[in-house]
Write a protein that binds this ligand. Structure first.
Ligand code: ASP
Ligand code: MG
Length: 470
């Protein structure tokens, strides 16, 4: 049974009836030879739509809600044609209606309350994944493959951090063994919802946006799968974003650590938390394109099979802002300001993308996503209100015209020459470097540059490190 393959399909890979049929082909081909667990995202854009409907509900916008509900229904009902035999259409319509009805009841509650409790939102938006699990599993049955839709709320046990929960692995393992293993033993393909879970006492949660990859890796980990295949709409992990760098290449192999760094630094192929549950067991992951399944994709492994190629890839993030803080008086220490501010930022659930400090001026700066900027400032202002009122801390500095570039590669460890070459290449393009941070793992060099120089800098680094020749 440890021949198990977990296959995850992202939103675009189940984005229409046609795409679900292709997913069915890919599952069917593997299920002939080994046990398969499928994990599915909601159809593309459906999670956004569900969230939008909950916001209309919160705002008391009835017409907005109805519009959203109609779109939700038509996207799924349209997908059914061609996916299941005609005699099943009406039954499928009713099943879809039932799930949408469940969602409708939750949003009606939100409308009545006039606000959106995070746990109600989690229960509501998991309906997107439940709808696609229904469609994919019925399609598989229609083509003669035994399959069953499984709601991950009954399998993945999480903490109670609604909207961004973390799995509790021993409890999840127990449930996965109890729910999924018997299906596998009978030759059934469980089609499990990505993205969602529930607390130990059964309150529904979600794992954060894009969390279906994480769901799949959690299940692969607790079930001791042989491999995890993640189906997306790109050819694999690339040396750079091909829209910025035309000669960017697909990487044949990257390590867990490299893939995780790339994900955190903005490469969109994998959810950043995906690799953690696999590392201990060394379960390999393939990132593959369901729109070009014949292509090999990228293999993510514990260690590289080949030599040590130095820098592997460069990623960038454009929608970021740099926040700087500095004590205004020597009465107060820089470390004090820094720890208070970071604690507040952490409590506000904001992710810090890079951080750098100067011991001489006791100042420090860090980078956050623009969409989290307001929340971040509010958190710092309230944590340091007293210090600011007394003029001990300078006003918070915000620079929204910056971009982050990250160069990643295990082979950069211990080679200080690489960093020097990268900085020189960037300055040669007359791009201003504002801050530099190197993670203690020495796997990533993060460089904050002026926003208008970001693309140029990415191309310069890609060329300097000869990434297209890897
Ligand atoms: N459907 C969820 C989202 O859009 C989870 C996922 O696609 O991975 O965030
Ligand atoms: Mg997705």
């Amino acid at each position: 049974m440890n021949d198990l393959l977990v296959m995850k399909f992202g939103g675009t890979s189940v984005g229409s009836g046609e795409r679900m049929k292709v997913a069915g082909d890919l599952i069917a081909a593997q299920a002939q030879t080994r046990p398969v667990v499928a994990v599915v995202s909601a159809m593309s854009k459906i999670t956004d739509l569900l969230l939008e409907i909950t916001r209309h509900a919160e705002a008391g916008d009835g017409p907005g809600m109805s519009r959203g509900m109609r779109e939700l229904e038509s996207r799924h009902v349209d997908a059914v044609w061609g996916l299941v035999p005609p005699r099943q259409f009406e039954w499928m319509r009713a099943q879809i209606g039932e799930l949408i009805g469940e969602f409708g009841r939750i949003v009606n509650g939100i409308q009545m309350l006039g606000h959106r409790p995070p746990r109600a939102v989690d229960e509501a938006i998991a309906v997107g994944e439940r709808l696609s699990a229904l469609l994919v599993s019925e399609h598989l049955k229609g083509r003669g493959i035994e399959a069953e839709a499984v709601n991950a709320a009954g399998v993945i046990v999480t903490d109670a951090v609604f909207n961004n929960a973390s799995p509790i692995l021993p409890a999840t393992k127990e449930k996965a063994e109890a729910v999924l293993r018997p299906l596998l033993a009978k030759g059934v393909v469980p089609v499990v919802t990505g993205f969602n879970g529930a607390t130990a006492d059964g309150r529904p949660t979600t794992l954060g946006r894009g969390g279906s990859d994480f769901s799949a890796s959690i299940l692969a980990g607790v079930l001791d799968a042989r491999e995890l295949w993640i189906w997306t709409d790109v050819d694999g992990i690339m040396t750079a974003d091909p829209r910025l760098v035309p000669d960017a290449q697909v990487l044949e192999e990257v390590t867990y650590a490299e893939a995780a760094e790339l994900a955190y630094a903005g490469a969109k192929v994998l959810h950043p938390r995906t690799l953690a549950p696999l590392v201990d067991k060394s379960i390999p992951v393939w990132s593959k394109n369901s729109f070009a399944p014949q292509k090999p994709g990228t293999r993510i492994v514990p260690k590289l099979g080949v030599g040590n190629p130095g820098a592997r890839a460069v990623t960038s993030m454009a929608n970021v802002a740099l926040i700087s803080l500095e004590p205004a008086s020597s009465l107060i220490g820089g470390v004090h300001v820094m720890s208070r501010a970071l604690e507040a930022v952490d409590r506000a659930n904001v992710e810090i993308l890079a951080i750098s400090s100067s011991s001489y001026r006791q100042s420090f700066c860090f980078l956050v996503r623009k969409e989290e900027l307001e929340k971040t400032i509010e958190a710092i202002e309230s944590a340091l209100a007293l210090e600011m009122a007394h003029g001990y801390v300078s006003p918070i500095g915000v620079d929204p015209d910056v971009g982050l570039l990250a160069v990643v590669g295990e082979g950069m460890r211990g080679f200080s020459g690489v960093a020097g070459r990268i900085f020189t290449a960037i300055s040669r393009e007359n791009v201003n470097i504002i801050a530099i941070a190197q993670g203690s793992s020495e796997l990533t060099i993060s460089i904050v540059v002026r926003r208008d120089g970001l693309e140029k800098a990415v191309r310069a680094v890609h060329a300097e490190c000869r990434l297209s020749a890897l």
